[in-house]
Write a protein that binds this ligand. Structure first.
Ligand code: DGL
Length: 270
């Protein structure tokens, strides 16, 4: 038992805050330590080798500070380095929860016509991680993957809700509409911010699948099995380590987290 230790979460910047948001809502008694690698953003256009290096360094930083679980809240990092980080966690006796698998499971189970879309960064699409995860579920599916090189950067840079973002989203929806997908995996943790735009362009009948709920449920299951789930009425703490500029992270991140972030973030070199 490691009572008192936080759950470590990381992403290339603010995107993973959409996952942390669901965790804070679903697991209010837990403490969280979130590392935003905004000094090395974006991950989505990096090579697999670069991503493995970044992910390993960040995992080592969080494990060194003491966490009871590691959550990779980034599809690009999971796709390139998920297995390596699981191995690092196993060596330290710390479980690792990642994106990709949970969204694939949900998408495969809810799609009516078997046509599933994946909108993700170039790194995630190139890795084939979603294709593998969906294939492994044993249901015949037609998967349409669309790589979006500029979507996460324009969402992160802000303003998130302007004509440029709207037009970019519209362009990426075109092949998804042509393919007739009835389910779309938002394969990047930045994209929940543009979910209303996607829904408007794809139509109400298309189901959008994001990582947040599935990850929060996976954390809860794993912590309960290990007898390490924080319960009770006390509100947990949440703090941030940032490799880039702290003020920018706080300003943009508050939109993603939808909870206060100011006064909880400090800079770190990784
Ligand atoms: N949030 C990251 C992901 O889920 C991508 C953003 C980036 O390009 O760094 O893939």
């Amino acid at each position: 038992m490691r009572p008192g230790l936080p759950i470590g979460v990381f992403d290339s910047g603010v995107g993973g805050l959409t996952v942390l948001h669901e965790c804070l809502v679903s697991l209010p008694a837990e403490d969280f330590l979130y590392l935003g690698d905004s000094g090395h953003f974006p991950y989505g256009t990096k090579s697999a080798d670069e991503l493995r290096e970044r992910a390993a360094a960040i995992a080592a930083e969080l494990l060194g500070r003491g966490v009871k679980m590691l959550v990779i809240a980034c599809n690009s990092a999971t796709a390139a380095a998920g297995e390596e980080i699981r191995a690092l966690g196993a060596q330290a006796g710390v479980p690792v929860v990642t994106v990709v698998g949970p969204e694939a499971e949900i998408a495969a189970s809810i799609s009516g016509n078997g046509r599933v879309g994946v909108l993700a960064t170039p790194a995630t699409v190139a890795s084939g991680a979603y294709h593998r995860a969906l294939d492994a579920l044993g249901r015949p599916l037609t998967v349409t993957e669309v790589a979006a090189p500029d979507l996460a950067p324009i969402i992160q840079q802000g303003p998130t809700f302007d004509e440029e973002v709207l037009n970019t989203v519209r362009g990426y929806c075109q092949p998804l509409r042509e393919a007739g997908v009835d389910t779309l995996i938002l394969g990047c943790t930045h994209y929940p911010l543009v979910a209303p735009m996607l829904q408007r362009m794809l139509g109400r009948d298309v189901s959008l699948v994001t990582a947040g709920h599935a990850i929060a449920a996976a954390i809860q299951r794993e912590m309960a099995i290990r007898g390490e789930l924080a319960e009770g009425q006390a509100e947990g703490d949440y703090r941030f380590l940032v490799t880039g500029e702290v003020d920018a992270f706080v300003e943009v991140g508050t939109r993603f987290l939808q909870l206060p972030l100011a006064g909880r973030a400090e800079r770190v070199e990784v």
